[in-house]
Design a protein around this ligand. Sequence first.
Ligand SMILES: [Zn+2]
Length: 553
Amino acid sequence: MKPQVEIYDTTLRDGSQGEGINFSVADKLRIAEKLDAFGVHYIEGGWPGSNPKDMEFFAQASRRRWRNAKIAAFSMTRRKGVAVEKDELMRQILDAKTPVVTIVGKTWLLHVTEVLRVKPDENLAMIGDTIRFLKDHGKTVIYDAEHSFDGFKDEPEYALATWQAAEKAGAQCIVLCDTNGGCLPEEIARITAFAKGRLTARLGIHTHNDCGVGVANALAGIEAGATQVQGTINGYGERTGNCNLTSVIPLVHFKLKKSGVPANSLAKLKELSEFVDEIANVRHDPRQPWVGQTAFAHKGGMHAHAIDRIARSYEHIQPEAVGNYRRVLISDMSGRSNILMKAAELGFKLKPEMPEVKTITQRVKELENQGYEFEAAEGSLALLIGKTLKHRDPLFHVDAYHVSMRRDASESVCEATVKVSVGNKHAQTVAEGDGPVNALDQALRKALVEFFPQLREVALIDYKVRILASRKSELLRKARAANKNKPGKFYEGFTKATNTLLEKEGGTAAKTRVLIESTDGRREWGTVGVSENIIEASLQALVDSMEFALLKK
Ligand SMILES: [Zn+2]
C-alpha cells in the first residue's frame, strides 16, 4: 500500500553538514541499513561530486539489497553555459548508480541574478535540461526547489515558473525548500497550497529549524498538500539543524493520522534515534520530544499521583508506542505518589496508608533541601526507604578516617586510613590511590572485603562532582529577584535580614554534591553524598554504594 506521506531521509547528506557531525563510509552504510529496516522511503546518501567518501558510499550501496528504501544521490542543475551531456556533474551522478536522483535548483530571482549571475531564462533551461537528461537515463528525479518560500515572497511569478519547468521536464516530486529556515507555518501553508493549485506533480516539503519551527513548518506543508517530507534523524543539519524526522514520523502517524513508515516501526523510533546518535558520537538529547529520556518523566507530585491512576491524564500518548518509557522522578517536588511508585520500582512493598510513607517523603524533602539529589541516586534512596521500613542498623560503620597527600619532585602520593566496625569486630586499613577519593575507596574496600567478600566484585564506574551555590549566594539571588524594580535598594535589606538568617543556620560555605555510579557486573546503581568538604561527600556516597551492594536483591 502506498503511504500517504513519504519519508525522505537526508541525515547522510544535509544532516552531515551539521557542526560536529562526521560519518565514515562504514558509518553511513550502517545508518542507511538501519533506516531501510525502519522503513523510510528514501535515503539520500550524499553528493557524489563533492567528495570521494560519498562516491565510495554509493559504490558499496549499489551492491547491496535494500528492502524498503530507495537510495538517492544529490546534485545540482547543470552549470551555466555548459551543455548538460558535457557537464562533469552529470557523469558523477550517473556513476553513483542510484535509482533516484535529487537535483537542487534556484527558485529565488535574487540568487539567479546576483549569486549564479545567469539570466532568468537560462536558469529555467538549466532546471529543464538537467531533469530531462536524467529522466532519459532512467532515473526517478526529485527536484529540490531551493529558497522556494523566500523566492515566492519576492517574485511569485518567477518562483512558479521554476517549479513548472521542473514539472514539465518530468520531475516526479517538486520539493519546496525553506532553505534559510526563516519562514513561519502560516507562510509555508499558504505558499504550499498555492503550488498545489498550480502543479500536478507530487509536492514535497524540506524545512530547516532556524526559528525553532522546522517540524511545525513541515506539518504545515503536509496539511497544505505536500505528500513527501524531507528531514534528518534527531534534526542534525546546518546551523540549528533540519526538520527533525524523529518528531515528524510519529506526528504523521499519531496526530495527523496519515500513513507514513510501517505502523510496527514506530515502537523502534527511540532505538533508531539513539543508534544514529551513537554512530555520530553525539550525546542523546534527554529533552528531545518523543524519544528523549525525559519525554515521559514525571516530577510534580500531583502529576505522578494522577499518572498512577490514569496514565492518559498527563501523557499525550503511551510512551511505549514510540519505544520510550515512563519515569517517575524523585525530587523536592515529590509527593507521596512518587515515593510509592519509586519504592515499588525498587522492590519495596509500601502501602499509601503506612505511616512510614510520610516519614520517607519528609526525609527526602529535607535532604533535597540540603543539596541531595535522588534522581540519579536510586541506591541511596533504596537505603533510606529500607532503613525507615525495617528500622535496621547499617551493616557496618566507618568509625574514623584520615586522608593525606604529599608531593615530591617526581610524584604525588595520596594515602587513606579507614577504621570500620562490623558488629563488635573492628578493622583498620591503609591504602594508596591516584587521588584522595581513590585512596579512600581502596582503603574502605580493603577493610570491608574481610567481612563481605562479595564487595570484591563492586567497581566504581563514574564519579561526578557538582559545586552547589552557597546559601549566601542563593539568598542574594532571591533578594535581587525580589527587588529587581528598585536596583540598589536590596543590598540594605539583604545584608541585615540575611546575615541574621545565616548566623542562625550556621555556615556560609558552598556545598559539594558527589554522585557515584557503581556496578557489580550485573546491575548498576547511583549513590549521593553532600557536604561542604568534598572528601566527606565522597565518603558518604562510597559508603552508600557498598551498603547498597550488600542489600539482598
Ligand atoms: Zn536543506
